[in-house]
Write a protein that binds this ligand. Sequence first.
Ligand code: ATP
Length: 358
Amino acid sequence: MTEVTADHIHKLIDEYDMDDITIATVCSHTSLQIFHGAKKEGFKTLGICIGEPPRFYDAFPLAKPDSFMSVDSYEEILERTDELADKSTILIPHGSFVEYLGAENFANIRLPTFGNRKVLGWESDRQIERKWLEGAGVPMPRKIKSPEEINGPVMVKYQGAKGGKGYFIAKNITEFNESIDSKEVYDLQEFVLGTRYYLHYFYSPLSGDGYRLSQGTLELTGMDRRVESNADEIFRLGSPTELEEAGIQPTFVVTGNVPLVLRESLLPKVFEMGEKVVEKSIELFGGLIGSFCLETVLTDELEFKVFEISARIVAGTNPYINGSPYSELIQPDLSTGRRIAIEIKKARDMGCLEKILT
Ligand code: ATP
């Protein structure tokens, strides 16, 4: 597939009808709040779906997109970009969108997309992601170089696995050998004991008011905890020893999200981490733009360990369709979907859409 150039995207933006922009995304993940927020800000909306539009949108009229584009496969989107460009379409990526289309296809899609696509290269490989986050000075779980070095609980993560699928915990090399799928490429990471916080941020390169960075501002829009099956409820069945004796292993498949707030005294650390990640991203690849999430474990020493970054809207923002305890202090009724639409509107009105679209 031919690589898309910044020039091509800028030309498309120049040809767009600024009074008739359409916000589009794939019908899944965070699409309800993306459409809901875009509609609130006066944009047209379009949902991309496989086959017939999902019926559940009929149940949510305020989040139902104005139109749908049905495709037989996600790759078909790549062939129908002209049609979308004619509608002055801006694509909003979310985890499922990138996953279903494939990161490489997404990186080369010939349409303006919200955020910096270069970030894909920095987060899809764990070693490169570590370079970014550790380089930023953000504490991460220790990396274990080989199974022989396991001397405490480690998380075994398969390369490319999504939503925690297939991950397992090994406390020693015997447990590792018992469960490893030797056909897969894996990564070993210290299992951090503590409580999980998934911190939602929004970085605006355009804004001048608020928590200022070297360029633009950083917002904390919310936080959540993922609900994971079966780990979160496994102890209903028995004690850790009983479970181990019965050969029952925890698994980490995401099934939903619950809202959360943090001890207020820890907020400075949260901003500090977000700031470091953004500043380093500016240095490495011109900056991540818009929403991102630091996935953390907070230990009983009140230390955060960041085990992953998601550089776009995350499903953990879904509980906050009409604002979170943090976003409410920025603007009433501010979902992340709406925050994205506001940023697009602002850039359009300032005549600098190319600063937030790539
Ligand atoms: P996604 O891409 O959807 O974010 P993923 O497949 O990359 O998910 P992770 O988010 O890295 O998976 O991990 C899945 C889950 O495993 C986490 O939500 C968390 O519960 C647990 N987890 C991951 N790493 C660690 C760690 N180092 N210590 C403790 N728990 C961890």
